[in-house]
Structures are given as C-alpha cells and as structure tokens.
Design a binder for this molecule. Structure first.
Ligand SMILES: [Zn+2]
Ligand SMILES: [Zn+2]
Length: 257
C-alpha cells in the first residue's frame, strides 16, 4: 500500500517541533506526493495558530512547495468548542485554509461558560481517571460532533473518540452523509476493532494520517496499516492510498457557512 499524502502534520506554528520546510523534506524523502500543514486551531490556549502568523505560514508553504516539488496544503486542525458543535475558526477565516480538520482537544477556550462546565470539565475528568462515560454523556458528545459536522465544512474528523467518548456508528453515519472523512490516526487508536467495523458499515470514507508533531514522524502510518489489515478495511474506503483524496470544492464549502 502506497501512501499518497499525509494530511495531518504539525509545525512550530502550533506545538510541532519542526518547520514547514522540514516536514516537506521528510515527505519528499518518504516518496509522498502531497502533505498538509494542519496546526492547532485559533482557540487552543497555549498552542493555537495565531491569526497574525497566517501570512508567514502561507509564505513558508509556498517556498517549501517550490523547493521540494510537492503540493502542500494550508490546513488547520480546528477545535470543537461547544455542545452545539461550534468550531474555533471565525467564519471570515474559514476561507484562509485549503482543508479543515476538526477534533476534540483539552485546554481550548470553551465557547460559553455552560460549555466549560457541561462539556469540557466532565469529559476532562472522565478521561483523566479513565472512568466509563454514562450513556447520557455519550449522547451529548455524539450530538456535539454531529452538529459540528452538519454546521461546518469539516473535511476530516480527527482521532474520533479520543478524550470524548461518542457513538462511533452514529458519528460515522453523519460523516458519510456530509462528506467528512474519518481519520485513522497514526499516533493513537482510540476505538475498538468492533467500533471500527460499525463505522465501516455506514459507508463512510477513511483517511490515514501521521498526526506528526516532529518532522521525523511525517508519513508514519504504521499503526493505521496494521489496523487496516487486522480489520480488513477495503482499500477503496481509504481516500489517500495510491491517489489524491476528493476534497469538497470551495463552492461546496461556502454553502456550509
Ligand atoms: Zn489532535
Ligand atoms: Zn493533530
């Protein structure tokens, strides 16, 4: 199986260790044709991408792309910041990115006080003490993610279930309906094989990414490939093996905000 592109990598623009150029260099060495730089969304407390840095990011991407002859997408890994699915990218910045990934992360500014007490805090402690989420909690989380996918042009849902227990089947069904790819993350697997089979049943498409926070990990999708083999995921269900993913057009994206 040949990885065409790695569409989830971080740099010093958030809390990655390397530069755009270093990520691009590894991608080139690994034989990838494309890469995306997807630093953390603007609402991440310590490591979020800063608005004022966006022109620098664009310049570094252009230079690295010319130097290494690979396509580099300017992406972002946005944060979900509320129970209503709110995202931490203001609408007038949505068009600054070629692709939008979205995931749940701790230590982001909640959308409202209610979201702090009823979304972030309970999930934080459940995860910290490894306590099983109640069915009511799973229901709230699932609704939040589905709202997020319905309301915003999210191209990729990153590390589903990580720090936020959801009903994977229902989220995958919503992703299939709204053209969002579910990520098989190269850093961690946060769902069971049974949950993966439930997601497969919905017809959703998957994307495999490294989630590299250092240049040496760009293109490292070994655990994704093991999972694909173990659960027997058909190759045609993975959008970035052998060829380029079919991203939704800009026109299609604009209809969503
Ligand atoms: Zn993430
Ligand atoms: Zn990430």
């Amino acid at each position: 199986m040949v990885l065409f592109g790695d569409y989830h990598t971080h740099t010093k623009f958030s809390h990655g260790k390397g530069t755009v150029e270093e990520n691009a260099r590894t991608a080139r060495e690994m034989g990838l044709k494309q890469i995306a730089i997807t630093d953390h969304g603007l609402g991440h407390i310590a490591f979020g991408l800063r608005k004022c840095k966006l022109p620098h990011l664009a310049r570094e991407i252009k230079e690295a792309s010319e130097k290494y002859g690979i396509k580099i997408y300017k992406g972002v890994e946005a944060n979900i910041i509320g129970l209503d699915g709110q995202i931490d990218i203001p609408l007038d910045y949505m068009d600054s990115f070629d692709i939008i990934l979205c995931g749940f992360h701790k230590f982001v500014w909640p959308n409202t006080v209610n979201d702090f007490f009823n979304f972030f805090l309970p999930n934080f402690f459940l995860d910290l003490f490894n306590i099983q989420s109640s069915s009511k909690r799973v229901e709230l989380n699932t609704a939040a993610i589905i709202n997020n996918i319905k309301r915003f042009p999210v191209d990729v849902l990153t590390h589903i279930n990580y720090g936020l227990k959801v009903d994977c089947r229902r989220v995958a069904k919503a992703c299939a309906e709204h053209g969002t790819f579910i990520e098989i993350n190269g850093k961690r697997t946060s769902y069971t094989d049974a949950e993966m089979m439930d997601m497969l049943d919905t017809g959703v498409k998957f994307i495999i990414n490294s989630d590299a926070h250092s240049p040496s990990r760009v293109g490292d999708v070994r655990i994704c490939l093991e999972l694909i083999k173990r659960v027997n995921i058909p190759r045609e269900r993975i959008v970035n093996l052998e060829g380029e993913p079919q991203w939704r057009s800009r026109r299609e994206r604009k209809k969503r905000w």
